[in-house]
Design a protein around this ligand. Structure first.
Ligand code: P6P
Length: 331
């Protein structure tokens, strides 16, 4: 039996929504195109001298890798000519990037992305990811502005990621109540095929995933929470510790096997490291749609109200019971 391709699946889902115009479907198709293009660049980067740094420091204060720039340019390029997307926001760009053709100016969608997450793994051939979030702009009658991007996670019309690992996997959810589906890339023909239908995050079990070298920067309750995982005193008991340094890879493992990923606030950085709009919010949407949960340690991640494009938030995401245990422990 031939599995449905991503495009066939998107079209089938679209037909379930009578009012659908097909615009969101085409945005998802373009996101998968960007994923295929980036996956190919990653495959050959070593031969093409595309590893290493550009010498630029981005708005996050991070050293930009050549592939960060290439991935960012790829995502911008696939939306330039679409028409339904009025502007994009990227981890690599201080400000939003609005498209200036007349059709795009009237476009009703805004797309946010972390074009290449975990780029510290590039030179060591580790897993990497791209994370995306799609919102409808607030008011199509006035020019798009940053305010159109500053929306709660639960307003996302689509969210997902592309994991560049031994295989390339495209995972997304759309609408308020859409399922989470995963598609694996057949490189030989450049098609994504459905391989993970209606993903449900297992309850309990799985690993706990945190950078324990930050322990000296946590508050006492966070230290005790992580110690309870490490020492097997948490409700689910003894479990493996797994941490790749790439959010998408650590999240994907948590999504499929259960457990919890946490990036808590730090004493000198109470909002932690991860960005709300294009890292925590899209993954929180995926987690909840798969039966899991996501919190900043006290509030539901999808209900946070962003005030800045690159604002950060602590993230506790995974099996619902684990996240609830973490929130209760931090109270
Ligand atoms: P640390 C990568 O830079 C990233 O943004 C995420 O992909 C990852 O989860 C996190 O930072 C790793 O941060 O401080 O543990 O190296």
């Amino acid at each position: 039996m031939t599995r449905p391709t991503l495009i066939e699946h998107i079209r089938t889902t679209e037909r379930l929504h009578p009012g659908a115009t097909g615009e969101l479907s085409r945005i998802l198709a373009r996101l998968s195109l960007a994923g295929r293009m980036i996956a190919q660049r990653l495959l050959n980067a070593g031969f093409l001298g595309e590893h290493g740094e550009t010498g630029i420091v981005n708005v996050q204060g991070e050293r930009v890798q050549k592939l960060d720039e290439l991935a960012d340019a790829t995502f911008v390029r696939v939306f330039e000519s679409l028409g339904s997307v009025c502007a994009v926001a990227s981890e690599e760009r201080a400000k939003i990037h609005a498209f200036d053709d007349d059709e795009s100016k009237a476009g009703k969608y805004c797309v946010l992305f972390d074009p290449l997450d975990g780029s510290g793994n590039i030179d060591i051939n580790g897993s990497l990811g791209s994370i995306f979030s799609v919102h409808q702009r607030m008011d199509v009658e006035r020019p798009v502005s940053e305010a159109d991007f500053l929306q709660r996670g639960d307003a996302q019309v689509a969210a997902g990621y592309i994991l560049y690992g031994p295989s390339t996997v495209f995972v997304y959810t759309a609408g308020d109540d859409g399922p989470v589906n995963g598609f694996t890339l057949d490189r030989s023909i450049g098609e994504f095929f459905l391989t993970h239908a209606d993903i449900q995050m297992p309850a309990g079990g799985g690993a706990y995933s945190v950078n324990e070298s930050n322990e000296g920067q946590w508050d006492e309750k966070t230290k005790e929470l992580v110690a309870s995982f490490r020492q097997g005193r948490a409700p689910v008991g003894k479990r493996a510790a797994r941490y790749t340094g790439a959010l998408v890879a650590d999240f994907h493992r948590t999504l499929l096997q259960g457990g919890i990923f946490l990036y808590p606030g730090l004493v000198d950085r109470p909002r932690g490291k991860l960005r709300y709009l294009y890292e925590a919010a899209p993954l929180a949407k995926i987690a909840e749609r798969a039966g899991g949960a996501a919190s900043d340690g006290s509030r539901r991640t999808l209900e946070l109200e962003p005030t800045e494009l690159h604002e950060r938030c602590p993230l506790f995401v995974g099996s619902r019971g684990d996240v609830e245990y973490a929130v209760e422990s931090l109270r």
